[in-house]
Write a protein that binds this ligand. Sequence first.
Ligand code: F6R
Length: 259
Amino acid sequence: MAEVVIVGSPEEGGALAASLIARVVAAKPDAVLGLATGSTPLPVWQALARLQLDLGAVRGFALDEYIGLEPGHPESYRAVIDREVVGPLGLTPSLVHVPAEGLSGAALAGAGQAYEARIDAAGGVDLQVLGIGRTGHIGFNEPGSSLASLTRVKTLTEWTRRDNARFFGGDVTRVPLHCVTQGLGTILRARSLVLLAWGESKADAVAAAVEGPVTASVPASVIQLHRDVTVVIDESAAAGLRYADYYREAWTSRPAWLR
Ligand code: F6R
């Protein structure tokens, strides 16, 4: 584990994460970003857009995608990525990939391997942006996911489907049951991870992921095995952390040469 940064607001956290992305892109203009969807990363994309960087050469890989939505569905992660990320940040659409695109039925069995090959061909992910679900999922790796898993089809928990029903008119029956998601092993291969969380509803999951045992029962706890992780959370999401004061002190007292 690298750093836990407790910020005053999602906006502040978004600006911090955007500065980490900007640093990666300054060193490598065609950097490969791993893209989370959902509500959490929105302040990051907004802060990054304000920096007005030229991101036209940046490549992107979405973490996951629902199975079973009709093509062009506004809540498909392809549509969300296009709307929230590609357009506002000026990414090149053909350089941004979503798993299982255009595949259905039996063809989905090979979607994971094809996505892994695509990530490998791009040279791997430089910086992976992650949100966290209340079940402790990252990507859509629900409890019980293998810590070594690669991209594959998964079944969403009822809990996650209820959480995501807000994107489907509040109707849980409209939230797909299945998805294709990067695995925990895929996520661990990224060169750096930035995990974000805002609000008290995430406090238990954050505490279990950051300070609990590494276990498939809390898939996000796998980040403890990565060498370069920055956890950016607001005060409410940090509420369950035993060592919060220590993380604050470590961050504010960083020597200038470490910044
Ligand atoms: C989305 C994803 C999920 C979300 C998580 C939190 O691509 O992989 O792990 O990050 O479900 O969702 P929000 O941010 O909507 O609370």
